[in-house]
Design a protein around this ligand. Structure first.
Ligand SMILES: Nc1nc2c(ncn2[C@@H]2O[C@H](COP(=O)(O)OP(=O)(O)OP(=O)(O)O)[C@@H](O)[C@H]2O)c(=O)[nH]1
Ligand SMILES: [Mg+2]
Length: 308
């Protein structure tokens, strides 16, 4: 039987449902999502394996006008992710007008001549009746203005799992003959430590506002597993992590009155980490200030961001 495999970049403006779509395609939560723009800060590969094909779907940061060094590095990451992929999926929400940000990305997509180009109209569960046909027309026009035409336009909802399978089928159809790139049981290329750091960040940004979510980064300081008292005892992990912010005022917000907020963040993150590690977890969180880390070359390297 012939086997196919492809690399697919999932791109779009911030908050357009890219990471939610990647999780839906993979069939499990491998990347974090939130209602804040610029949640994703790394190009993370999700892996979908079936008997006859494998798709490596690359979740990317939302493309935006950069205001910090980090912002510029995130945009470069997206450009790099589009290099030499077999297909590019541009996510555009059904419920938002197509604008200059989408055109900027479409122009870059146009330069990738050999890649299949698919427009995913996301969040159709939120769309009112006339919105969808209007958005389909607007998406066609967007490509036309950027000098190409879509191979497909797929309206979908990653939240209600509507038409996600259709997108998967199309991507598999477009995939070239190739052996698999990753082992069949692997669903993400992100190192465990980074996955755990992101789960803590997801909990920490959930209910903060304005610039605070952008100012939050997480470093895992230590992970260790306790020795089992009996061979069939569930594993127990001790994890210590730092939540990094840019200012003292933000540190106070994260900690909250009498430490209540930090405690809640710890509980929420621990529950997600326990699911991921399939064991019990002690999570110790510390809050640290790194002034203006988003624009500080040294701090960015320390936090693991490559800057060109
Ligand atoms: N109703 C609905 N909400 C969705 C859907 N897909 C995503 N969302 C929500 O939209 C918000 C943004 O989703 P993300 O998947 O984090 O968006 P993103 O494009 O990865 O965002 P960045 O990483 O910041 O660029 C979250 O609150 C999601 O729950 C959908 O199909 N329907
Ligand atoms: Mg994302």
């Amino acid at each position: 039987m012939s086997h196919k495999a492809a690399f697919v970049a999932i791109v779009g403006r911030p908050n357009t449902g890219k990471s939610t779509l990647v999780n839906a395609l993979v069939g499990e939560k491998i990347v974090i999502t939130s209602h804040h723009p610029n949640t994703t800060r790394n190009a993370i590969r999700g892996i979908v394996t079936r008997d006859d094909f494998q798709l490596v779907v690359v979740d990317t940061p939302g493309v935006h006008k950069p205001k910090t060094l980090l912002g510029g590095a995130l945009n470069s990451m997206v450009s790099e992710s589009m290099d030499s992929v077999d297909a590019i999926v541009l996510c555009i929400p059904a419920v938002e007008a197509i604008g200059a940000g989408d055109f900027f990305i479409a122009q870059e997509i146009a330069t990738h001549k050999t890649a299949k180009k698919i427009c995913a109209i996301t969040m159709i569960d939120m769309a009112k009746k006339p919105q969808l046909p209007e958005q389909l027309i607007a998406a066609s026009k967007l490509a036309e203005q950027a000098g190409f035409s879509w191979d497909d336009i797929v309206p979908l909802s990653a939240k209600t799992d509507d038409q996600v399978q259709l997108l998967l089928d199309l991507l598999a159809k477009y995939a070239p003959e190739s052996p698999a790139f990753y082992p069949a049981d692997m669903t993400s290329d992100q190192e465990l430590e980074n996955q755990l750091a992101d789960l803590i960040r997801e909990a920490a940004i959930a209910d903060v506002f304005e610039e605070v979510p952008h100012s939050i980064a997480v470093i895992i300081d230590e992970i260790s597993e306790r020795e089992k008292r009996t061979p069939d005892e569930r594993p127990f992990f001790d994890i210590h992590a730092s939540i990094v912010v840019e200012r003292d005022s933000q540190k106070a917000i994260i900690i909250g009155a009498k430490g209540e907020r930090l405690k809640q963040v710890g509980t929420n993150a621990r529950q997600e980490i326990e699911k991921k590690l399939k064991g019990r977890v002690f999570l110790g969180l510390h809050v640290k200030v790194m002034p203006n880390w988003q624009s500080d070359t040294k701090a960015l390297s320390k936090l693991g961001f490559n800057q060109q």
